[in-house]
Write a protein that binds this ligand. Structure first.
Ligand SMILES: [Zn+2]
Length: 65
């Protein structure tokens, strides 16, 4: 798991059972937010969107040429 400092956006890797009380970079003790992994459905959507953009892009390129 990782935490993200909301003050300086420094990413802190946190191992299991380890407690992080302050940001290693700016020393902020508050605002260390847990970084949640991107849900699978969200990733799938991003892949589909990227694919659609690529297909549309090449279709337009062929239409122009
Ligand atoms: Zn920080």
């Amino acid at each position: 798991m990782a935490r993200l400092c909301s003050r300086c956006h420094h990413r802190i890797e946190q191992s299991d059972g380890e407690e992080i009380h302050a940001c290693a970079k700016c020393g902020a003790e508050a605002g260390l937010e847990e970084v949640v992994a991107t849900p699978f459905a969200m990733r799938l959507f991003a892949v589909c969107l990227t694919g659609a953009v690529l297909v549309a892009g090449s279709a337009i390129a062929f239409a122009v040429v």
